[in-house]
Design a protein around this ligand. Sequence first.
Ligand code: ASP
Length: 352
Amino acid sequence: MSPGVTVLGRVGPEGPGVFVLYTGGTIGMVVGPGGGLVPLDLRELAAHVPVVHELPVGLTVATVAKPVDSATMGVTDWLRIADTIVEHAAGHLGVVVLHGTDTMAYTASALSFLLEGIDLPVVLTGSQRPITAVRSDGRENLVTSLELASARVNGGPVVPEVTVFFDHLLLRGNRAVKVSADSYQGFASPNLPPLVTAGVSFSPTLGLARPPQVGPVRRVSGLCSDVAALYLYPGLDRYVLDAVLARPGLRGLVLQAYGAGNGPTEPWFAQAIAGAVNRDVTVVVTTQCPAGAVRGGLYAAGAAMFDAGAVSAGDMTFEAALTKLMVALDRHDDPAEVRGLMVRDLAGELTG
Ligand code: ASP
C-alpha cells in the first residue's frame, strides 16, 4: 500500500469497477474553525452524493491520509498519486482522482509523463463549489467522471489517457489549464479540442484519443525538483534573472516568454541565458499566451534566447513543460538528452 493512502472499502456491485482516490480540494471542503475552507474526510463527502450507489459499476474508494488544498501539493504528492494508481489500477475499469482545481493541471501533466502502460482512463476532477453546497458543480463532475472512467465502447475504454473532466468537457490532462476561479467552466485545453463533450450522451472528438497502451500501468521515472520558472515582464532586470539562476543546484529553467517566444533584447539577458546553458541548465521557452505556440527565432526579440541555447516548448502548456522538464532531468544527466526529450511528443502534450 502506498504510504499515506488508505483504501476505505467498496461501494456498489461486485465486479470490475472504478478506483476512486480522494486527495482533497474544494470538492470536499467545508468551512473550518478559522473561517477558511478545509477538506472533509471522504466518508463524510460520499454521504453527499447518494447517487453513486445507483451506478451500474462498483467503486473501490481510497483516500490520502490528509486531504489537502492542492495549492500545497508538490512532487511528493504527484509520486504518491502515481504509485497509488500503479498499485490499484489492475482489475479496475478506470481511475478517478478527486483533486483541488488550483494545481490539477500540473498533477495531470505530471501523471501523463510519469506513467506508462496506460490501458484505462485516469480522470482527474474537482469542483468550484464544495459538494456539500446546495448548488455544487461537484456532484455532476464526480458522477460524469465515474461514468467516463467506466464506459466501454466496443469492449474498450472510451479514453485510456490521463484526463481532466470539468463542467462538460473531458480534456487531455497535459493540455488542460485552469481558466477561471469562478466559472463552472473552469478548465480548457486551448491548443487541443476536448477529447469528449458530455451532453445527453458522450460525444468523442473522432480520432483524438490516444490508443490504449500495453498495460500494466507502471511508473517509469521520478521527478527532479531542481527547476525554476520565470514569467517575463516589461521592466525585468538582470538582478531578478540572476537571482533565479543563482538557485543552488539549478538544472532546469522554464521561461514564460511573450507571444511566439520573445523576450528582452538587451545583451545581459541573452548572456545570462547562455551562461546558464553553459553550466548545463536546460532552459525551456513557453509562451504567456493561452493559445498558440512558441516558434523560436521568428522575431529578432526571441532569436537571442534560442541562439543562447534555450529550447522551444512548442505548443505545450506551462504546466506540461515544467513537469516534463522535471521528468526529463530525472531520466537524463546529459543536457543534450534532456533537450531531445523536451522537443519530442511523449504523451500527446506537443503538436508536430
Ligand atoms: N484551493 C482549492 C484547491 O485547489 C481550489 C479548488 O479545489 O477549487 O484545492
